[in-house]
Ligand binder design. Structure first.
Ligand code: IPE
Ligand code: IPE
Ligand code: MG
Length: 235
């Protein structure tokens, strides 16, 4: 028997997700917030696999913002441990399924073991040709822009082009975002990819991140399919 697959008339090349609502998910169950993050990591794996099978080329997920350091130390510690464990657990699977991993953000402020793991998996998966999985950790749009400006200052130029600027972003090798998804009902950007979402289609859903299963991703992709992208022009 053939398993029916969902087909799309158009697919976003690059999907970015603000994975929000882990804390709320846990609270609803009387669990500590960390358990929401743990469940969120499981959802991430499911969404990675689904994105890959659907044929999305770039998936960028917001795992920890430059503002998230202001959370209680216990939660911050857990959120620093989680990406390490995620990478350690799945790095072999990434190789088998040709996933190319990359982290974006101010990586050198992360705990040493996490930095080392990120470098290891980036190196290991460098030549993979499947889904590009980009994880934003200690990422902030403002920080990225100021970092890019500081890099440009070192070049002693009088003037820069958009291309010069883009070349200094953490996402320099990654195309702009086509579809931005935010879960958990909050309708804001929270300092995520500011430059890269200039012309993204935006999809907000009330669904909490740990509940964002494959069918929710398909719903978002179906919404994208019906969007009329104009880029300032007319039809
Ligand atoms: C998103 O879930 C995960 C991170 C920000 C790391 P939250 O922890 O923000 O969950 P809510 O928004 O409190 O429900
Ligand atoms: C954005 O969610 C950051 C991540 C999902 C990693 P937050 O929960 O930190 O955003 P705010 O505080 O609600 O804006
Ligand atoms: Mg939140």
């Amino acid at each position: 028997m053939r398993i029916p697959t969902t087909t799309f008339t158009k697919l976003p090349n690059h999907v970015a997700i603000i994975m929000d609502g882990n804390g709320t998910w846990a609270k609803k169950r009387g669990l500590p917030r960390t358990m929401g993050h743990r469940q969120g990591a499981k959802t991430l794996l499911e969404v990675v696999k689904a994105s890959q099978s659907i044929g999305i080329k770039y998936l960028t997920v917001f795992a920890f913002s430059t503002e998230n350091w202001s959370r209680p130390q216990e939660e911050v510690d857990y959120l620093m441990k989680l990406p390490f464990e995620f990478l350690a657990q799945y790095q072999d699977d990434f190789q088998k399924s040709e996933i190319k991993f990359q982290a974006i953000g101010k990586i050198d402020d992360l705990p040493e073991p996490l930095q080392a793991k990120i470098k290891e998996v980036e190196q290991q998966s460098l030549n993979n040709t499947g889904l590009n999985l980009i994880v934003a950790v200690n990422y902030g749009g403002h920080e990225e822009i100021v970092h890019a400006c500081n890099q440009l200052l070192k070049q002693n130029k009088n003037m820069i082009t958009e291309a010069d600027f883009v070349a200094q972003l953490y996402t320099n090798n990654i195309p702009d975002v086509d579809l931005l998804i935010r879960t958990s009902g909050q309708m804001r950007i929270s300092n995520f990819l500011l430059w890269q979402i200039a012309y993204s289609e935006i999809y907000f859903t009330e669904v909490l991140w740990p509940d964002f299963h494959k069918k929710e991703l398909i719903k978002a992709l179906k919404a994208y399919e019906s969007r009329d992208r104009r880029f300032g022009g007319i039809k």
